[in-house]
Ligand binder design. Sequence first.
Ligand code: SF4
Length: 73
Amino acid sequence: MKTNCMSCRYYRIEDEQQGRCRVEAKRTDGDSPEKAVVRHDHSCGEWVDCGQQYFIRIGWLKARKTTQAYQKT
Ligand code: SF4
């Protein structure tokens, strides 16, 4: 498993491209919430394994893509 945001405990996925990092949000103390936005493939030294949550995120993304493809037809 890659040690990027997608597999990090501090990540909250928002869409297909990006999510929010709780560590970054704490660093900026809520002053710059846009700085807490990071891409799935981003990584940093604060990474902590999120365990099974990684597979839940992958499943959520797949379901979202399927739903969007279905809605376009
Ligand atoms: S920026 Fe670092 S701490 Fe934040 S979610 Fe990504 S790997 Fe985790």
